[in-house]
Design a protein around this ligand. Structure first.
Ligand SMILES: Nc1ncnc2c1ncn2[C@@H]1O[C@H](COP(=O)(O)OP(=O)(O)OP(=O)(O)O)[C@@H](O)[C@H]1O
Length: 276
């Protein structure tokens, strides 16, 4: 996790100033550009001038106290926030070179950006159909759909565990298995980006570790953004970590550096309180 990279990290001195936190140069060009993102629910401002560039094919963790805006930021990356009544934002989010607010091809965008939630949310259909549904909608043949499903269930380590139950409902699976099924479903359409909203918070330690090892492996070919309350998890899996507080991006950088030598006092206090 500790490739040497160079960053220019600006930290906020006051609440009113915007922050610019940039990867100067490395092999992982940024794939997500958030520029001066200020977001509101009604009149309540929940993100304040957040500027962040997220490098491709790496894991970036978003950490910070409850209510600091992590999930709102994550859900704005794939336009999910837009569905929340009263939500609006200023500033821009660019993904794969496109402004998400004015996307022309939302379907392709949705294929490119997958998401896992805190609670596994398999669809009420068979395990196999969960993985093949989107492929069917994209017109892929049944034979190819089943091949892809097998490949994806294998990739998440489920195939050998449930190969006799592919036509059964996912409700008989454990929480960890259900979450891996949801991951297989997301992977089936070959996303370039995976958004992870506390994906292991409802899982036992063994399932959590299994999921984490999958994330690390997936980062070889896609970009992952992970919201987590579990700082040890961020340390274990994330190449980069962003610390947020009260809607602001306080500090962003290499995970090991952020935890061992935070530049901002607020990060230091939070990390000390939560890791000790
Ligand atoms: N639908 C909504 N309507 C109004 N306010 C909301 C809505 N969703 C979130 N908020 C508020 O926006 C702020 C940021 O919430 P958000 O869920 O993004 O924070 P978070 O850091 O992800 O929190 P947590 O760690 O507890 O999940 C909070 O004050 C929250 O109460």
């Amino acid at each position: 996790m500790s490739d040497v990279r160079t960053y220019s990290v600006g930290t906020m001195a006051t609440a009113a100033r915007s922050q610019t936190l940039e990867v100067v140069r490395d092999a992982h060009e940024s794939i997500i550009h958030v520029d001066r993102l200020t977001a509101f629910y009604g009149n309540k401002r929940v993100l304040n001038e957040v500027t962040l560039k997220i490098p491709s094919n790496q894991i970036t963790a978003l950490i910070g106290p409850s209510g600091c805006g992590k999930t709102t930021l994550l859900r704005t990356l794939n336009r999910m926030s837009y569905a929340t009544p009263g939500f609006r934002h200023e500033g821009t989010v660019q993904i794969l070179g496109q402004d998400v607010r004015s996307l022309k091809d939302v379907e392709t965008f949705r294929r490119s950006v997958g998401m896992l939630f805190q609670r596994p949310n398999p669809f009420p259909m068979s395990i196999l159909d969960n993985v093949t549904l989107a492929l069917k909608l994209f017109g892929i043949s049944k034979r190819r759909r089943n091949e892809i499903a097998e490949e994806m269930l294998g990739e998440v380590g489920l195939l050998h565990e449930i190969k006799d139950r592919l036509h059964q409902s996912p409700s008989s699976l454990s929480g960890g298995q259900q979450q891996r099924l949801c991951l297989a479903r997301a992977l089936a359409v070959e996303p370039k980006i995976l958004l992870l909203d506390e994906p292991a918070s409802a899982l036992d330690p063994k399932s959590t570790r299994l999921l984490e090892s999958l994330f690390v492996r997936l980062a070889e070919r896609m970009t992952l953004v992970l919201v987590t309350h579990n700082l040890a998890q961020a340390k274990r899996v994330a190449h980069h970590t962003a610390f947020m507080e009260s809607g602001e991006l306080v500090e962003w950088g290499d995970t090991a550096e952020l935890f061992s030598a935070p530049k901002d006092e607020r990060t230091k206090v939070y990390v000390e309180e939560h890791i000790g």
